[in-house]
Design a protein around this ligand. Sequence first.
Ligand code: NAP
Length: 478
Amino acid sequence: MAVHGSVCIIGSGPTGLYAAEEIRRQAPLVTVDVIDRLPTPYGLVRGGVAPDHQKTKSVVRQFEPLFTSHGVRFVGNVRVGEDVDLTELRRLYDAVVLAVGAAGDRRLNVPGEDLPGVYGSAAFVGWYNGHPDWARLAPRIPGPRVAVIGNGNVALDVARILALTPGEMAVTDLARPAAEAIAASPLTDIYLLGRRGPLEAQFTSAELREMGELSGARPVVQAADLPADVPAAIDPRDARRVKRNLDILRGFADATAAAAADDPRVRVHFLFRHAPRAILGNVVEGVTGLLAERTPTALSGAGGARPSGQTTTSLAVGTVVTCIGYRATPFPGLPLDDERGVIANVDGVVEPGLFVAGWARHGPRGVIGANRASAREAAEQALAYLRTVDTPRPGGSELERLLQARGFRVVDFAGWQQIDAAERAAGDGTRPRDKFIRIDDMLAVVEQAAAITEAGTVEATPEGTGTRTESLGPVPSG
Ligand code: NAP
């Protein structure tokens, strides 16, 4: 029997949109609204994926038809917990799926972590990607040395972005203030610290290889840090990637040995088996250094990165960026599983009718497509729940009325398309876009477009009042 009803998805990143796609595919009669607190959709694709990875960002083309032809509504600029409560949404929709990601930073838990000049990757990546939450971060990057902590892809992203030349930046959608700040920073050395060795690094090979393809920077790797081969003990699911990474790192080590002493490029030092122990400095000067302790060489689990007692490397750095993983931030009205850094759930179920998917469910792991599995599961859970609902709830039309009554300015997908067009136009044909980094500026574009439309409408219908009521867009007829 065909399923009817309404689902509200909170979060318009890849997980939320994979879930929307799945619901539309399995149950075309179910209405789907995707709420986002920003006027812009796509979550980490816009605010997390590195600005020089435009090919990765093109995944949004796969999602656009959801809004333009498959009847899913984008309900942007709506903050759940402030503009509307989760309890209200639960009264309006038959099921709710949380796809809110993991927007917080894990703590390093070493002395000096809160000094000015220390940034978590959520903040730092958000800043260079123009996320409105971090538009005012203005990180201290006095140069000439920066430490980036972590051996995952985010650490590679951060180190690479800091090492881009103005020419390389010019073809990215790096937020303009970030591009200017990085270009103005006299960096010579970036230290990439892993608390374990090259075998345990989480890098994917394509991202690691890129570090050797930068025009203004070169990787520095010591051959002595690299094992001769991949040991048999390694997880077979990882063996190919690790072997490829070792080959790439060997190439870097060869190039390091052959590099001229006066090579002017920024050096990106891979410091394996260096566990951070303290960040040095004071509140006035900010960060002045980092102390790291060597850890044992044997292949070990993350907890095995214990200090060897062998001290210490001291690095004179003016900035530290920790890229050691994300955690979910508290969601109003819901308990957090503090240990796992996720919204408390049992196999994706928070409560009957309330589901969670993606990084908010299982923690921050995997590339974009890896979130499809838990998104599909949440979609199936929501649809199974809908089958048990006797009296369908009003859905999005009632939300529209509620938000209008409260005077909130909702941005629908057409509104986002206007913001998108304005950003692309500001890119001047070379940059993919020049991002708005303030919500007010985004809303001004939507307002302006509405005013133009309204003027046209008023002219065409002289009896009209010209008063605009912002619509969430058509309710899908499906
Ligand atoms: P990640 O891959 O889990 O890497 C986190 C790193 O932080 C690990 O090297 C970890 O070391 C280290 N770490 C954790 N706690 C630490 C501590 N207390 N001290 C020192 N080091 C510590 O996480 P991520 O880099 O944030 O990436 C998150 C996910 O997004 C990953 O699945 C990643 O592949 C994906 N991503 C993909 C791309 C891409 O495809 N281009 C780009 C960005 C992100 P241990 O291993 O020892 O715990």
